[in-house]
Design a binder for this molecule. Sequence first.
Ligand code: PLP
Length: 383
Amino acid sequence: MIEPREPAEPKRRPLEQWAAEALAQLEHHGLLRHLEPLESPQGPVVDVAGRRYVNFSSNDYLGLAADLDVVAGARTTAMRHGFGSGASRLIAGDTTAHVSLEKALARTFSSEAALLFNSGYQANLGVLSAVAGPEDVLFSDALNHASIVDGCRLSKAKVVVYPHRDVGALGELMAQHPGRRQLIVTDAVFSMDGDRAPLRELAQLGAPLIVDEAHAIGVLGPNGGGLCEQLGVHADVRIGTLGKALGAFGAFALCSKSVRQWLINKARSLIFSTSLPAAVCGAAEAALQAMTPQRRARLWRNIRQFSAGLKAHEDSAIFSVILGRPDRAVAASLALREKGILAKAIRPPTVPQGTSRLRFALSAAHTEEHIAMALHALENLPR
Ligand SMILES: *Cc1c(COP(=O)(O)O)cnc(C)c1O
């Protein structure tokens, strides 16, 4: 009789091996990340893993993500257009819902034209790689969002990173790096610190200005048009997301009609990707309607309460409590969870080394009690 052979130790496939090594490295440095699905609708109070938390980690600044008018906007439009969009916009994926939303965006935010993108990430990739090429120079703030960093890289332009908000240094760098064309790109409100770009001074440097208003649309400006609107600054392209204050999904560029036409012909993230479902456009258009001054006033009441408690600037709806090492930020985040507060630890590469932090994003939907709870928990945080 032939003895059955021991089954050989299954050989690990290379990708499995590499994954295991990379994950072990991240774990060692306190940088391993996990997904945590919400069990409730998005909002100021959410359920995670069977527990209820007051949520300070969403960018739902106006409390529109689960608003029933926004949901109804999606539903009505889906009933008319179906769900899947079927193709890219230039092929057969454009609908009257897309065009209607673009008109509403241009009107609401006082722009000659608007162009939809599938997300803010894709808007930055598409816009930056369309407007700049290998002979050009893109000047980018050191703390710009990752999607701007990636868009700059994809453009193959020379990228000159200037010190955060330092217009003097930028002026000197612009003199040192002429190139065929120069463009400046910046966040309006910086996503991790919540501070504002010096847009007036940047505009005065004379180069075309691209401003990412992701955290300023709906939050700043008399009509919620962002920091450019608030300061009366003209940017050549303003990028906004529909996924944050507007509680929907997708993004847009506000620009002139000719720049819009240029982007339609050059922006690869728009040309080579299936368009947004019409229902998403319907939701976003309903959100524009629901983006009332009253909601913005409620958000600002919360911002004032929180900033007074923290003795911090009231620049935006974003507040960071910097803790340094990643393990300290994770420990602080867990301590807050014990008190019923969800404020996720933000670690490199999202923020620079040594600046791991708790990031709080406020919403118009938070109550005075929610804000007081967070402040109280922070006072008693073990440091
Ligand atoms: C969130 C964010 C984006 C990406 O927008 P999405 O629509 O979420 O892809 C782009 N820029 C900045 C500054 C952001 O904070």
